[in-house]
Design a protein around this ligand. Structure first.
Ligand code: TPP
Ligand code: DXP
Ligand code: MG
Length: 629
């Protein structure tokens, strides 16, 4: 069928056909690109209905997280580019302002949509613009406090704000907590919808005050049957639950809500994650995030067997520690599989906590556990820990509590792009008093660091490690307790010192070999700690080598900055010390593959060699003293 630019040219039957074709296009595209599938399949009809009923892009449609936006992108002028998803220079895997007027707000971190939509709604109100703001938020995203902060403030928006709760009873894992149970009760009260339907139609027909009376009756009736909807207590007119795959239900309800005299409204739609694709529907994770796959069989492309992932090494190491220490417990914010805590939860269900998408709560909950004698490991991706920064400072660091932060996806992450890059954790953590910050150079080091976190009695410790597989080094039989603040020299030289932190060590060693081939004797040190620094080792290296280079997979303000500060504090920079810091560039990185990003950032052996040779050529005025012989 030819799809019209304006869906309102279609009759209901044609719109249903478009939805079916749209679903097939999503499946075909993600089969080629990989990415997020289940969520988008669950909102195919909802996406078509929203663009049918509302006047997008003038009405502002804000997707929460945005991982479900592929049908939206196909319907809004990006059908021809959908197979460039999540590739350098291609479409983002999330909504992105720069990409289209139909993406009024970027996303990727969850639970921001209601706040953003409220901003659009109030701006329209203040400027007299007529447009609506529609936030589509999932049941998982609805477990984050930020959603309630926004709803608590939404009343002023009146009927300019519409929230659509997309309830598919799934987060990445099955949803958790009281909200999930509450929504299940709302959904199971289907017979109540009949009563509400009647009252709603009645309410809509009645003028002004009576309308309000009917609404009160309506709420009262619901209160009797359901204890009042949480959302109504927050000032929303709750409509639902309705079938989010039934266009014959979706369209009249959305039209009513669009034209409602009052608001804000929350429409509760019930959908199925992975809808319409049997392999996704059957999968435990509903194909939340997938590799390229065979569309016929659903079989995903398997990565060639290689070393274990850092995530799995962490999960196994923590279980080993927990076997002998009942104080060890684990916390995830809705990402048990991503953080490697699934097996821990199976082994120690009573000591494992999935708090939902609630990183702020996760950190302060960990602080409470630690204050009462437990040894909590808070496993949160670097990028998502950013959401709980004040909790790290205020509840953990200032109180010097023994919380352990297992920071996965630290560094570049590739296809998820700039919103998910773990670029800032060294910078934002190593600046905190009391905080210990470690970075594993390989998976063996990670085992030692997990053990050190388990046995060392101190305040907070963070250990960072990257997305993906290890280097293939053998895992230690017996983990070692590392001395806090002590690095290690992995190669002794005399002229050049490379001070590495984390997994850039492999490239540092390659660079040393290349420099030796040029007659430059090179030392390589794995500092292990961004805080506290190994002052004795750093002083020795900086005072006995012609040039020193620091390298880290983090943004400015991390290891390099701390080494430079130490050097200046020790007066080592007074004597014309040649030192260069290598770090991620000062920009938000696209969804290029990590190897391209490392090369672009020069955080590889070639970049290190180039940095050293350039430094050696520079005279004391920092001028290039001509090509090195
Ligand atoms: C702050 C934050 N924490 C964690 C994530 C990882 N994450 C992405 S989608 C998702 C689950 C979202 O569930 P829901 O909102 O119900 O959407 P669905 O996938 O079910 O459509 C999570 C935990 C995130 N994007 N942002
Ligand atoms: C949408 C979202 O935030 C998660 O699905 C994230 O993309 C997972 O990242 P990993 O694939 O690195 O686990
Ligand atoms: Mg969900």
């Amino acid at each position: 069928m030819t799809w019209p630019a304006d869906l309102r040219a279609l009759d209901p039957g044609q719109l249903r056909q478009l939805a079916d074709e749209l679903r097939q296009e999503v499946i075909a595209a993600v089969g080629v690109t990989g990415g997020h599938l289940g969520s988008g399949l669950g909102v195919v009809e909802l996406t078509a209905a929203i663009h049918y009923v509302f006047d997008t892009p003038d009405d502002k449609l804000v997707w929460d997280v945005g991982h479900q936006c592929y049908p939206h992108k196909i319907l809004t002028g990006r059908r021809d580019r959908i197979r460039t998803l999540r590739q350098g220079g291609g479409l983002s895997g999330f909504t992105k302002r720069a990409e289209s007027d139909y993406d009024p707000f970027g996303a990727a971190h969850s639970s921001t949509s209601i706040s953003a939509a409220l901003g659009f709604a109030i701006a329209n109100k203040l400027t007299g613009r007529p447009g609506k703001a529609i936030a589509v938020i999932g049941d998982g995203a609805m477990s984050a406090g930020m959603a309630y902060e926004a709803m608590n403030n939404a009343r002023d928006a009146g009927n300019r704000l519409i929230v659509i709760l997309n309830d598919n009873d799934m987060s990445i894992a099955p949803p958790v907590g009281g909200l999930s149970a509450y929504l299940a009760r709302l959904v199971s009260s289907r017979e109540f919808l009949g009563l509400r339907d009647v009252l709603k139609r009645l309410a809509r027909k009645l003028p002004g005050p009576l309308h309000k009376a009917a609404r009160k009756t309506d709420e009262f009736a619901r209160g009797m049957a359901m204890g009042g909807t949480l959302f109504e207590e927050l000032g929303f007119y709750y409509v639902g639950p309705i079938d989010g795959h039934n266009l014959d239900q979706l369209i009249p309800v959305l039209e009513n809500v669009r034209d409602a005299a009052e608001g804000p409204c929350l429409v509760h739609v019930v959908t199925q994650k992975g809808k319409g694709y049997a392999p996704a529907e059957a999968a435990a994770d509903k194909y939340h995030g997938v590799q390229k796959f065979d569309v016929i069989t659903g079989a995903q492309a398997k990565a060639p067997p290689g070393p274990p992932s850092y995530t799995s090494v962490f999960g196994k190491a923590l279980i080993a520690e927990a076997e002998s220490d009942p104080a060890i417990c684990a916390i995830t914010a809705a990402m048990p599989s991503g953080t490697g805590l699934e097996s821990f939860a199976e082994r120690f269900p009573e000591r494992s906590f999935d708090v939902g998408i609630a990183e702020q709560h996760a950190v302060t909950f960990a602080a409470g556990l630690a204050a009462q004698g437990m040894r909590p490991f808070c496993a949160i991706y670097s990028t998502f820990l950013q959401r709980a920064y004040d909790q790290v400072v205020h509840d953990v660091a200032i109180q010097n509590l023994p919380v352990r932060f297992a920071i996965d996806r630290a560094g570049l992450v590739g296809a998820d792009g700039s919103t998910h890059a773990g670029s800032f954790d060294i910078t934002y953590l190593a600046t905190l008093p009391n905080m210990v910050v470690m970075a594993a150079a390989d998976e063996a080091e990670l085992v030692h660091m997990v053990h050190t976190c388990a046995v060392h009695d101190s305040g907070p410790i963070a250990v960072r490690y990257p997305r993906g597989n290890g280097t293939g080094v053998p895992l230690p039989e017996q983990p070692q307790r590392l001395e806090i603040g002590k690095g290690r020299v992995v190669r002794e030289g005399r002229q050049v010192a490379i001070l590495s932190l984390g997994t850039r060590l492999e490239e540092a060693i390659k660079a040393a070999e290349a420099l030796e081939a040029r007659g430059l004797s090179t030392t390589v040190a794995d500092l292990r700690f961004a805080k506290p620094l190994d002052e004795a080792l750093i002083r020795r290296l900086l005072t006995t080598h012609e040039v020193a280079v620091t390298i880290e997979e983090g943004a400015i303000g991390g290891l390099g900055a701390h080494v430079l500060t130490l050097a200046s504090d020790l007066g080592l920079t007074d004597a014309g010390l040649k030192i260069r810091t290598m770090r991620l560039p000062d920009l938000f990185q696209d969804q290029d593959k990590p190897e391209k990003q490392y090369a672009d950032a020069r955080l590889d052996a070639a970049g290190i060699v180039d940095t050293v040779l350039t430094a050696l050529r520079h005279n004391s005025a920092g001028m290039d003293a001509g090509a090195l012989a």
